[in-house]
Design a protein around this ligand. Structure first.
Ligand SMILES: [Fe+2]
Length: 300
């Protein structure tokens, strides 16, 4: 079940079946070997560069390194810790659904495995990125609460847009707000660094699942590292296909939780309605997902 070469998964996605079963029997020997190789080479890097909450999470999840993980096994260890679970998806899911999953403590999880001859770079997520990079963070209660708080912003964004009578205005507002929220997610959950007084370490899953970029993010003199500043982050474009030249450092997950609260306030005050242009592009499917979001506002 290799990324971009799994007809069963791709056809489910084409039918808009976003949430699927993990068809475990379809994984090939190569898939299992790839998982083992990816995992084995990360261990030393994690020991050196990963934040302590991630390392504690890895211990508590008891991954079997010799085979691609079964989501149900992962969830058995994960759920009692924070209520989070990994939920299998057929690929990219529209932005509103992604946020809403987080608010329900479900993490949309890619189940395909990157090709064995391309361990280093893949533009799309795979199970190693999602399970080994993200899920260990979901064992930490403060981090988990932060993700949930972030997820709830989507319903408020949808409700705000709904108040505008003109469809063009709704689209314009949502394009900017979703861009700002995506940038926040990118510079924290995906590529965040943390210095809690014991040196700077990575907590972002894009870093934690990348053999090359994890070390680069913390050691390279080419990388700019600044304290996390909300007004900068929501206006900062990023590119997905090269090592990040600019990273932001938080002090704790309590601080990140407060920053999500501030992001929420800014959104409600309209301060995210016209952020700087540039990546990421917010696609039609994402906008549509917000326009057709359920009406009731549920605040978790
Ligand atoms: Fe990710």
């Amino acid at each position: 079940m290799t990324t971009t070469r799994s007809p069963q998964i791709e056809s489910a996605h084409e039918r808009d079946e976003f949430y699927i079963r993990q068809p475990y029997e379809v994984y090939s020997e190569e898939n299992h070997t790839t998982w083992t190789r990816l995992y084995a080479r990360m261990e030393d890097r994690w020991a050196e560069f990963a934040n302590r909450h991630f390392l504690a999470g890895i211990e508590r999840l008891h991954f079997d390194q010799s085979a691609v993980p079964r989501l149900e096994d992962v969830n058995e260890f994960l759920r009692p810790l924070t209520g989070f679970s990994a939920k299998a998806v057929s690929g990219y899911i529209p932005a509103f659904q992604f946020f809403d999953c987080l608010a329900r403590r479900e993490f949309p999880t890619t189940i395909t495995v990157r090709p064995g001859d391309n361990l280093d770079y893949l533009p799309e997520p795979d199970i190693f990125h999602d399970i080994a990079g993200h899920v260990p963070m979901h064992t930490d209660p403060a981090f988990a609460d932060t993700l949930v708080r972030f997820g709830t912003l989507a319903r408020r964004a949808a409700a705000r847009a709904r108040k505008l009578p003109d469809l063009d205005d709704r689209v314009r507002q949502l394009s900017s707000v979703v861009k700002a929220l995506s940038r926040f997610f990118w510079f924290s959950i995906e590529f965040g660094l943390m210095d809690d007084g014991n040196g700077t370490k990575a907590y972002g899953s894009g870093l934690l699942s990348s053999y090359g970029e994890l070390e680069h993010s913390l050691r390279s003199p080419e990388v700019q590292r600044y304290p996390f500043q909300l007004e900068w982050v929501v206006n900062q474009a990023f590119e997905v296909d090269s090592y990040q030249p600019l990273l932001f450092v938080i002090e704790s997950f309590d601080q990140l939780f407060e920053l999500v609260g501030e992001l929420d306030d800014w959104m409600v005050e309209g301060r995210l309605d016209n952020v700087a242009q540039g990546e990421p592009d917010v696609g039609t499917a994402d906008i549509r997902s917000f326009l057709s979001a359920p009406e009731e506002v549920v605040i978790a």
